[in-house]
Design a protein around this ligand. Structure first.
Ligand SMILES: Nc1ncnc2c1ncn2[C@@H]1O[C@H](COP(=O)(O)OP(=O)(O)OP(=O)(O)O)[C@@H](O)[C@H]1O
Length: 254
């Protein structure tokens, strides 16, 4: 681990570029993206389809190599790690949550949560803590098929938190949920960032999700062109107006 671990922000993205080659064409998915996230910040990334949101999240998770620039998590430059080191580092420092939950259907909620954690003397205590915090104690022995969508996503978040990662990344975390369940997940992410000083970065299309963020980063054509701070009124229309206003501004003024 890098010696600057103690003082570095949990997440620094510096000048990251990523292109994909498709037969004759080259697609610029990320174009010199810079982003710093502090401990306890809940950041939401919004942008039109194809603007590079998922590619950025994957680059932060070390799931996608970048062509230029670097991603530092807790001071560690991901590009300096071998594949084995990166897998180990990701398991410890980066929690991942997906739209489709990605739980193992044959395992109970408790065993899904336990899965990524190396066995240790205090693992059972940690599992109990996480189950308790996510209000899942009475669901611990249920398999995913016997859980609601919101409960499944809470299990997925518990699994992402079990190793106490520096950052939690969520790709459309409410995309498979109805409105109420989605709002509960947003509130939970908001509370986790506050209570635990956890840095959370979520990708979404929905103003209903973005309104819970400390900071909304707006992406267009692979570039984070602007950002704004929701005013705390939890008004999705207000967030949608701010977002659309920034998105419509000509490139030279943003
Ligand atoms: N593996 C890949 N191979 C080729 N092109 C890709 C690949 N992944 C992403 N792209 C392209 O890169 C651009 C950015 O894609 P990305 O998935 O990051 O956008 P997004 O903002 O997350 O979109 P959406 O909201 O639809 O999920 C798009 O033009 C996409 O087609």
């Amino acid at each position: 681990m890098n010696s600057s671990t103690q003082t570095s922000p949990p997440l620094v993205v510096e000048g990251v570029c990523k292109q994909f080659r498709r037969s004759q064409s080259v697609i610029t998915a990320l174009n010199e993206v810079d982003l710093t996230a502090e401990a306890g910040e809940f950041i939401v990334i919004m942008g039109a389809s194809g603007s590079g949101k998922s590619t950025l999240l994957h680059a932060i998770a070390g799931l996608t190599d970048v062509d230029e620039g670097k991603v530092l998590v807790n001071g560690q430059d991901l590009s300096q790690l071998s594949d084995v080191q990166l897998t180990r580092f990701r398991g410890k420092e980066i929690g991942l949550v997906f739209q489709a939950f990605n739980l193992i259907s044959s395992l109970t909620a408790e065993d899904n949560i336990r899965l990524p954690a190396p066995s240790s003397n205090d693992l059972s205590k940690r599992v109990d803590q996480v189950l308790g915090r996510l209000n899942l104690q009475d669901r611990r022995l249920h398999k995913p098929g016997a859980l609601s969508g919101g409960e499944q996503q809470r299990v997925a978040i518990a699994r992402a938190l079990i190793c106490d990662p520096a950052i939690l990344l969520a790709d459309e975390p409410t995309g498979s949920l109805d409105f109420d369940a989605g709002q509960q997940i947003c509130q939970l992410l908001h509370e986790l960032s506050r209570e635990q000083g956890r840095t959370i970065v979520a990708v979404t299309h929905e103003p209903n999700v973005a309104m819970w963020a400390d900071r909304v980063v707006v992406m267009r054509d692979g570039k984070n062109i602007a950002e704004f701070t929701p005013d705390g009124s939890r008004d999705p229309q207000e967030v949608a107006m701010q977002y659309q206003g920034l998105l419509r501004r000509p490139m030279e003024t943003v």
